[in-house]
Design a protein around this ligand. Structure first.
Ligand code: DGJ
Length: 715
């Protein structure tokens, strides 16, 4: 070991003095990120990749590129940080001060402290490594000890460097009801930017996640890749820049667009967290690592149960009353789900919420729809033995509302211009503490009045437009950032007072999905598009980063060409719910659904807590398959879908994954329609895990819109 470190034991942390040519090693069981302090006192990223077996080899690593590049010095490409000092000087030169290691958030944290040698600006690079999950979480703190305010122009969470023969970037882009389309491009000289400027519903066109493949395109099972995602519920930016030497830098953080941030003397700015999984055996492994890590460390109640539900949105839209809702609760009971979820349309009196044109912001029950209030519904649900959940959209306001009439100063809008409405609504100014109190109050008042409420669906349907805050006065460029800080303050208060309250993160679909938000939410609504074919693609996209238990998937009437069985089988790969009128479906379908819910409950430990394998991508042809294996390899479930196989479609066995090669497994098709029998070759037979993973099963058919759920049980 070449470390000449003087190690001093502090109360909690190990502070290490590292000298020129020494290394700072941040590692998990399978990954190494190596920083090097060179004799100029600056810190370089020497290595990021597969775990190095011998510490002595660190000396053989190339010098690498400066880890957190600054603007104004000698680098010619995009910096991680760009600030303007009090004296207007735009440069920053960061030199090594110290590094510490300690335990934090379940991982091992390394903090590298850097300081400008001319100005009292300190930058701390935080890296928290999770050994078993091979995830590294990183963020940056920028501390201003100058006499006055400095301006942060760019302030990345993370900068990573790569030096490979080729780079492929996979992005997940789309639109409302068309989320998470996967496309891959090779990165050549220059920049590719993935970003958003939408503010509140920030991720409507693209969520903050990407896959970077190195030295050729990674596949599910092969290749080197990095899966990266930012925990920020607002504008983000990923910059991928290939320089003149063919080196790539990846800069991740808040989008600095229209967001110059003035940092007062004595203050510290903490960036959002960037999380990455590095895999040298394909994307499947990296996804499973993300799922494990999220369940253990990041997702709200990540290891807890999730409720199945019946939602009334598509069954009624705004057209309901107490009687109709009580009737639907009866249907929820028949289905066997855990909860009834009341959606939009239950509130406002001066401008009752009979459509999306009015009422948003006035959170009192509409008297003629719910004369006995929400309390009556909570009681009815309790009587029927199910839980009750409720929809809110507390950050928004319709101009046709009492809230708008009273508090126009709380609304983000340009006072000297015409208003612009997205879905007939506007965004409240969460940078204002009074607005934060109001938004918090929406949840707190409901919970205080009706402690029986067991679930919230928190919607957010508008991006920020016509951006201007009356509260922020001369700090308008703080609004995008302070909006998110304000949101987190509200969510912190809710989490502190109601730590066990499950909440669904919804944003007209998944318009604001990220891992910081999921620290407050137990699950997210993946898309308003519930056509099961589209869902095969959308859920596939999100599965790269998010575990099934966080991904809400409901059975609806979208695409009646697909059977109720097909629709349900797709939804069972996520957190199952229904959003359908049961009297819309025939008796066989109803019987099937009831059995499917039972099967789902039985298989929850496998689907929700197990390892997920994407066996066949819907992007590769007319079939798709995903498999979940329980952690003890005792049980697995395979979902197989035939979408539109063509005449003459050639089918092959599909090899299963994740089983114990040395155990015997019984294969059994479940979720059958009443009176149907399985046509699966080898159904009810026993195979070794080795056979199933080597030879596989003939799980597909040539039928259009056909689905199979196959339970695999160790004998
Ligand atoms: C958008 C959501 O995505 C839907 O599920 C539904 O809750 C509507 N909003 C209600 O307005």
């Amino acid at each position: 070991m070449n470390l000449k470190s003087t190690i001093a034991l502090c109360t909690l942390a190990l502070a290490q003095s590292v000298f020129a040519d020494d290394f700072i090693r941040i590692n998990t069981d399978n990954v190494d990120l190596v920083l090097r302090v060179k004799d100029n006192g600056r810190v370089y990223q020497s290595y990021l990749g597969k775990h190095l077996r011998y510490e002595a080899d660190l000396q053989n690593l190339p010098d690498g590129t400066e880890a957190y590049l600054t603007h104004g010095m000698e680098d010619y490409f995009e910096p991680a940080i760009d600030i303007q000092h009090t004296d207007k000087n735009p440069s920053l030169l960061l030199k090594y001060v110290s590094n510490t290691t300690s335990s934090k958030d379940g991982g091992n944290e390394t903090v590298v402290t850097l300081k400008d040698d001319k100005y009292p600006i300190t930058v701390k690079l935080h890296y928290i490594a999770y050994p078993k999950e091979d995830i590294i979480k990183t963020y940056t703190e920028i501390e201003n000890k100058e006499k006055g305010a400095i301006v942060l122009k760019k302030y990345a969470s993370s900068m990573l460097h790569f030096s490979n023969a080729s780079y492929y970037l996979t992005e997940f882009s789309g639109d409302w009801a068309d989320e998470a389309h996967i496309s891959t491009t090779q990165l050549n000289f220059g920049k590719k930017i993935l970003d958003t400027k939408l503010g509140s519903r920030a991720n409507m066109f693209t969520p903050p996640m990407f896959i970077l493949s190195l030295d050729g395109e990674a596949t599910e099972r092969t290749g080197e890749c990095l899966l990266g995602t930012l925990g920020w519920t607002g504008n983000f930016r990923f910059t991928f820049e290939v320089d003149n030497k063919g080196n790539l830098r990846v800069i991740s953080g808040i989008n600095p667009y229209a967001s110059e941030y003035s940092l007062a003397a004595g203050q510290t700015f903490t960036t959002p967290e960037f999380y990455f999984a590095y895999s040298h055996s394909g994307t499947g492994k990296a996804s499973r690592n993300f799922h494990d890590w999220a369940r253990k460390y990041q997702l709200k109640n990540g290891q807890g149960n999730r409720m199945t539900l019946l939602n009334n949105w598509e069954a009624t839209y705004f057209d309901f009353n107490e009687e109709k809702l009580c009737g639907l609760m009866g249907e929820a009971v028949k289905l066997g789900v855990d909860m009834f979820l009341l959606d939009d349309g239950w509130f406002a009196n001066k401008y009752p919420r009979h459509s999306d044109t009015q009422g948003l912001g006035d959170w009192d029950e509409t008297k003629d729809k719910l004369p006995n209030g929400v309390g009556r519904l909570v009681d009815e649900a309790a009587k029927k033995g199910i839980k009750f959940g409720i929809w809110i959209e507390p950050e928004m306001v319709n101009p046709k509302s009492e809230l708008y009439e009273k508090h126009k100063d709380w609304v983000i809008h340009l006072p000297n211009r015409d208003e612009y409405y997205f879905r007939n609504q506007m965004v409240l100014d969460l940078s204002n503490p009074k607005v934060q109190d109001f938004v918090y109050g929406v949840v707190d008042n409901l919970m205080t009045k009706y402690p029986g409420i067991a679930f919230f669906k928190w919607d957010c349907n508008s991006p920020i437009t016509n951006i201007y805050s009356l509260y922020l006065k001369d700090k308008q460029t703080h609004l995008y950032v302070d909006y998110v800080h304000g949101l987190y303050k509200v969510l912190d208060r809710i989490k502190a007072k109601y730590p066990n309250l499950p909440m669904m993160l919804c944003s007209g679909g998944s318009g604001r999905i990220d891992y910081q938000a999921l620290n407050y939410f137990t699950e997210f609504w993946a898309s308003d598009n519930t056509d099961p074919i589209e869902r095969l693609f959308i859920q596939y996209g999100y599965s790269f980063f998010y575990p099934a238990k966080a991904t809400c998937a409901h059975v609806t009437t979208w695409n009646r060409n697909a059977s109720v069985k097909f629709r349900t089988d797709v939804a069972m790969m996520g957190k199952l719910g229904f959003d359908i009128k049961l009297d819309d479906i025939n008796e066989d379908d109803a019987t099937y659904c009831h059995t499917a819910v039972k099967n789902y409950n039985r298989l929850k430990p496998v689907v929700m807590e197990g390892d997920m394998y994407r066996l066949v991508s819907p992007y590769t042809g007319p079939h798709a398959s995903t498999m979940f294996v329980g952690k003890d390899k005792q049980k697995a479930v395979v979902f197989a879908f035939d979408i539109y196989p063509r005449f003459g479609d050639k089918r092959h066995n599909v090899c299963l994954e994740g089983l114990d090669a040395n155990r015997q497994y019984k294969v059994c098709e479940i979720n059958m329609m009443p009176n149907a029998s399985s046509s699966l070759n080898g159904n009810d037979r026993i195979y070794s895990g080795d056979y199933l993973m080597t030879v596989g099963l003939d799980i597909f058919t040539g039928n259009k819109l056909n689905s199979r759920v196959i339970e695999i049980t160790a004998m």
